[in-house]
Design a protein around this ligand. Structure first.
Ligand SMILES: NC(=O)c1ccc[n+]([C@@H]2O[C@H](COP(=O)([O-])OP(=O)(O)OC[C@H]3O[C@@H](n4cnc5c(N)ncnc54)[C@H](OP(=O)(O)O)[C@@H]3O)[C@@H](O)[C@H]2O)c1
Length: 316
């Protein structure tokens, strides 16, 4: 494979980067090979990637020199950070900044940065509709990504911006799935504020990133917001009813109630949902299924995702 270009993938052992590494590996006649960057080169997920033919190298976003070594020789780099590992917007910003600078040092030609909106552009700290968190954020796990976009623009290799949507896998892993009530019926409870929610199969995010690398550096500087489908709470509940063969009702939880649930990140997520409701149609326009399908023709809609995943949704 001497003429193939290397795409170095941060988060390759996770959902977003994993989808990209698998998409590259699956396209055997494609122009790229994947290189997975991980802190744990011997983990089960790293070894599974190696079995697909993905090169696995050590790199830690908290250790900038290790990133420069890991990205050396790469044509492209996919950058993603994991806020939920440490819940620190400052640390996430530092990790993203280190990645951005390392892509330039590695002389990469194309970066795809998985970012999100800095919500304070729309809802400044003085706006009391959303409580301010830690004195300087409205939606910490969004703001921390969006606030380093300028670092990618100024200090990274040429960058394309990818904005993911709510993973439908949150219904499996993130405790957001339907819960059983005393009457035996299931309730999907989310704070949507009556607006529809752009959602996506997690694997499709990396596949869309692959579409961006395939499309080439003409996308540099552009923002691509992706989604598999945009659905109301009632529509998601109805589709779950069919897939789970069990009645699922939708309950729109008040934002304040959701913020006070007490689990780690509840305030952040409550503000995130309310931010999406405040933006309304503008937020829906920022995540586009047609654009996503043009990047990734196999994009799943919610029905297709449910067909493959309904049996994995835990019914609590
Ligand atoms: N859940 C959603 O609905 C949703 C929607 C949009 C955006 N997001 C964003 O998605 C991000 C998480 O992405 P994901 O879901 O793909 O992650 P994930 O599946 O939880 O996996 C985390 C990945 O990050 C890597 N990682 C973490 N810290 C690292 C470090 N210091 N150095 C190198 N690699 C590191 C891990 O690699 P190793 O452990 O192998 O080193 C792993 O591959 C979050 O920031 C979240 O805000 C989530």
């Amino acid at each position: 494979m001497p003429d193939k270009k290397i795409i170095a993938v941060m988060g390759a052992t996770g959902a977003q980067g994993g989808g990209l590494a698998r998409a590259i590996a699956a396209d055997r006649n494609g122009p790229f090979v994947a290189r997975a960057i991980t802190r744990k080169t011997n983990s089960d997920k790293a070894l599974a990637l190696a079995r697909l033919g993905v090169e696995v190298v050590a790199g830690d976003a908290d250790d900038p020199p290790s990133l420069e070594r890991a990205m050396a020789g790469a044509f492209g780099v996919f950058c993603v950070t994991n806020f939920w590992e440490h819940f620190s917007a400052e640390r996430e910003g530092a990790q993203a900044t280190a990645m951005a600078r390392a892509t330039r040092k590695a002389d990469a030609q194309h970066v795809v940065w998985s970012t999100l909106e800095d919500t304070r552009r729309w809802v400044p700290l003085s706006d009391t509709r959303l409580p301010t968190i830690h004195g300087k954020y409205k939606v910490p796990h969004f703001d921390s990504k969006g606030q380093v976009d300028h670092v990618f623009a100024e200090e990274a290799a040429p960058t394309t911006y990818l904005l993911a949507a709510f993973y439908w896998e949150n219904f499996i892993y993130f405790g957001m799935g339907p819960r059983k009530g005393p009457d035996g019926d299931l309730t999907l409870a989310l704070p949507l504020g009556s607006v529809r929610l752009p959602g996506i199969a997690a694997e499709d995010i990396g596949r869309c990133a692959y579409g961006l690398f395939r499309r080439g550096t003409g996308t540099v500087g552009q923002r691509f917001g992706i989604a598999g489908e945009i659905l109301s709470g009632a529509e998601m509940a109805a589709k779950m009813t069919g897939a789970l063969e069990h009645k699922v009702n939708f309950q729109d939880v008040p934002f304040d109630v959701y913020r006070s649930l007490g689990f780690p990140g509840a305030e952040d997520l409550g503000n995130m949902f309310q931010f999406q409701a405040i933006l309304g149609d503008e937020f829906l326009r920022s995540r586009d299924a047609a654009i996503s399908r043009s990047l990734n023709p196999d994009l799943l809609n919610f029905d297709a995702w449910l067909t493959a995943n309904a049996s994995r949704i835990p019914i609590a």
